[in-house]
Design a protein around this ligand. Structure first.
Ligand SMILES: [Zn+2]
Length: 241
């Protein structure tokens, strides 16, 4: 495991066009010197990416321009391991999209999946109004997005890296994505409606952008505000699963 992490570290360091960062997080400024000093003597190092949880707004990795995966590494075991971890986290948290920076890896990789079962969890009206449709698991390495319909649709959007909130965002109605699939093979996909929204949201992550940068700020909502009232404030949002 450690060997794999070292390899990943080397990969990211050597190919991120001057944007390189170490995969391990830096010492937070708020951490006391004593604690930092003690850490040097512990054999068990802190948790390292690729994480099994979602990084949260404030983490510098969510604000970086993610690096292209070098062509010669497209089908490498290191990239495969990152993609597998992304899919694992995507499914564990039961969401529809994930970008590599969300598990702490500053590389241009996204994964999307809109499962049939999600439809049952939503009011039919919402499903229809937001132009939702099924999308099989789609992984894209070094994706490029082209807008194919400049009609804008405004709907509420959330992000696992801004846990507990939502806001209305305008997104283009239809897009094309070009990139490489998880086997490194060139691939292209056309998306409309909600799936086009997912793609635009995940592409933004690769450029260090969050939906909160684009949203109508007056619609910013804590997703559990009603529960906060009914439960006299005793509501917790877990960051793990
Ligand atoms: Zn997001």
């Amino acid at each position: 495991m450690l060997l794999r992490q070292l390899k990943l570290l080397k990969l990211v360091k050597s190919h991120s066009h001057g944007h390189f960062r170490y995969l391990s997080s830096t010492t937070p400024a708020c951490q006391s010197f004593k604690k930092w000093y003690q850490q040097l003597w512990t054999t068990e190092r802190t948790n390292l990416p690729p994480y099994g949880h979602f990084t949260q707004v404030g983490d510098p990795v969510l604000r970086q321009q993610a690096a292209l995966v070098p062509p010669e590494h497209l089908d490498s075991p290191e990239i495969k391991a990152i993609v597998e971890q992304m899919i694992k986290v995507l499914r564990k948290y039961n969401c529809v999209g994930i970008a590599a920076p969300q598990i702490g890896v500053s590389l241009r990789i996204i994964a999307m999946e809109f499962k049939k079962e999600i439809r049952k969890e939503l009011p039919e009206f919402t499903y229809q109004a937001r132009l939702m449709s099924e999308l099989p698991l789609t992984v894209l390495i070094n994706p490029e997005l082209t807008v194919t319909s400049y009609v804008k649709l405004k709907h509420p959007e959330g992000c696992m890296s801004v846990r507990g909130y939502s806001g209305e965002v305008e997104r283009y109605e239809a897009v094309n994505l070009n990139g490489h699939d998880r086997l490194g093979v060139k691939t292209q996909i056309s998306l409309t409606g909600w799936n086009a929204r997912i793609a635009q949201h995940e592409m933004d992550h690769l450029d260090g952008k969050l939906y909160t940068d684009r949203m109508d700020r007056s619609t910013f909502t804590c997703t559990c505000w009603e529960a906060v009232n009914t439960k006299s404030g005793r509501v917790e949002i877990p960051f793990y699963k």
